[in-house]
Write a protein that binds this ligand. Structure first.
Ligand SMILES: [Zn+2]
Length: 339
């Protein structure tokens, strides 16, 4: 097990005040502006720099970070996925200690060691960085928009479509597979789906459930060596869409939509997934995600070529059954019957 260094979340409220004072000497903050506005009054020091990442494009982000004043001893990442990834990037580039305090449990960025950036709009992971503390502050989380916290289920729900992909990978390409890990991953999905009401209401239990599941999921992926146990074709669809539209989405909502779509394409019964999404109040429908029917069609049809270029993406249903106009038409009839 290589996950010994994975940050164990600290749960509670007013967690900044529990940190050793030395973390606030020469500290820098990388944040989402809204998140910083929520915590700056209780932040126990004046940071050397407060930086909002202008972009996640690697070269531009690196340049922005390198313009920060030198000598920062601790970097705080306070905000959503971008703020956490940018703070990890700062520590990776410049050194120092890292404290992560997500303002929303919306993506797994706070829980993973890999630094996620974009290169020409494509997701890339560079470097590994571990925080001294991962603060899951219920008070802060609850002051952020519910919709964003609820969307946090997306990167766990993706297990639903990731696991059948993994089986395909084993059977078709001889990829390394573990029955035990697949079973553990499936158990995380079951825990998620049992928590719909707590998640919908963003109770401490619901927020802790999402965090616990991220923590367990990242530990599982670290043990396996990649994100196979939780990421598959639903993500490929999302990446391909992003590469076509070049606009940001609420990741977990886009992934949730893609899980329904891809689950149908895999021949799975998506009824329980749709029921869970609606119970949990996830905005997963195309008009909520702000994706048009034409964009879904264009993305599906672009996937075979896209996957030929993205050779690092493990085998999945869109590799196995390349989309054609006829298959897409059939898929959309089924998909829109749930919308
Ligand atoms: Zn994701």
């Amino acid at each position: 097990m290589e996950n010994r260094k994975q940050a164990v979340p600290t749960y509670g409220e007013k967690l900044l005040s529990t940190l050793d004072a030395s973390y606030f000497d020469n500290c820098g903050v990388i944040c989402a502006q809204e998140a910083w506005d929520l915590v700056k009054d209780e932040f126990p020091a004046t940071p050397v720099v407060v930086m909002v990442p202008e972009t996640m494009e690697q070269s531009l982000l690196e340049a922005q970070i390198r313009r920060a004043p030198g000598g920062v001893k601790t970097w705080f990442g306070i905000g959503g996925g971008s703020a956490c990834d940018a703070a990890k990037m700062a520590v990776w580039l410049l050194g120092g200690r890292l404290i992560l305090m997500p303002s929303i449990v919306s993506v797994d960025a706070a829980f993973t060691a890999a630094v996620g950036v974009r290169v020409d709009h494509h997701v890339r992971y560079v470097g590994m960085v571990y925080p001294d503390y991962l603060l899951i502050d219920f008070d802060l989380l609850r002051r952020s928009p519910k919709r964003l916290n609820i969307a946090g289920i997306g990167d766990i729900l993706s297990i639903f479509t990731a696991l059948p992909d993994w089986l395909l990978g084993r059977d078709v390409t001889g990829e390394k597979y573990s029955d035990q890990m697949a079973a553990e991953s499936a158990a995380l999905l079951a825990r998620l789906m049992a928590g719909a009401v707590e998640i919908r209401d963003c109770t401490n239990l619901g927020l802790k459930l999402i965090s616990d599941l991220y923590y367990a999921e990242v530990a599982l992926c670290d043990a396996h060596g990649n994100s196979r146990p939780e990421e598959g074709s639903e993500h490929y669809f999302a990446y391909c869409l992003e590469s076509l539209t070049h606009r940001p989405y609420i990741h977990g909502e886009l992934i949730s939509m893609a899980v329904v779509l891809t689950g149908i394409y895999q021949g799975q019964d998506v009824e329980p997934v749709v029921r869970f999404l609606d119970q949990a109040g996830v905005c997963w429908r195309p008009d909520q995600v702000e994706v048009t029917r034409a964009q879904i069609v264009a993305t599906l049809l672009a996937l075979p070529e896209y996957l030929k270029g993205e050779t690092h993406l493990p085998y999945g249903i869109y590799h196995h059954v390349p989309t054609t106009q006829e298959r897409v038409d059939d898929l959309l009839v089924k998909f829109y019957s749930y919308v």
